[in-house]
Design a protein around this ligand. Sequence first.
Ligand code: BEZ
Length: 206
Amino acid sequence: MAKMKLYYSPASPYARKVRVVAIETGLDKKIDMVNVALSPVAPNADVDKHNPIGKIPVLSVKGIDLFDSPVICEYLDSHHKGRKLFPRKGRERWVALRQQAMGDGLLDAALLARYEGFLRPEEKRWPDWNKGQMKKIEGVLGQLEAETKALKGKPTIGTISVACALGYLDFRFSNFDWRAKHPKLAKWFASAAKTPSIKATVPPPG
Ligand code: BEZ
């Protein structure tokens, strides 16, 4: 398989999904990692050349730039011979894709809240915006708590996405005690966090 190049940041939870999938599929050895710094107000010219949306992760392979994380993860999963992380068909597939949508949706709201509370100048912050994003996060957590049973078993793109989303809450929202109201989900995550690929991609402090 051709050598691939992944533009990522160690703090990005979306890039973490891709890194976990790369490890789980054994394709991590075939990927050159390009660590880039960027934010919505400080774009990265190199990333812009590979993704018109100016976001990471981007996977460059065989002259094509792939984005965003669901597309890259599915590409990687289609290029290995082991157990598939995207179940091919049936209810299992839709359960996994729905879990991915919940994990990514939680992350979208968390990122918007993070930018509001960290990047936006203090005098311009809008508390209702934050409240709105936190409501979405709470909504996903509540749904996942009700569906914890479906997270159990071998990793899929769904469980990987949820684990990366919960990891981001611990990383950037450490004062938000999501475990208190979601004990079943907390128990599942305590076990998922011990998976070697999840452990190997924990964001560094800072
Ligand atoms: C963060 O530092 O929280 C972050 C960095 C890159 C992408 C998304 C989040």
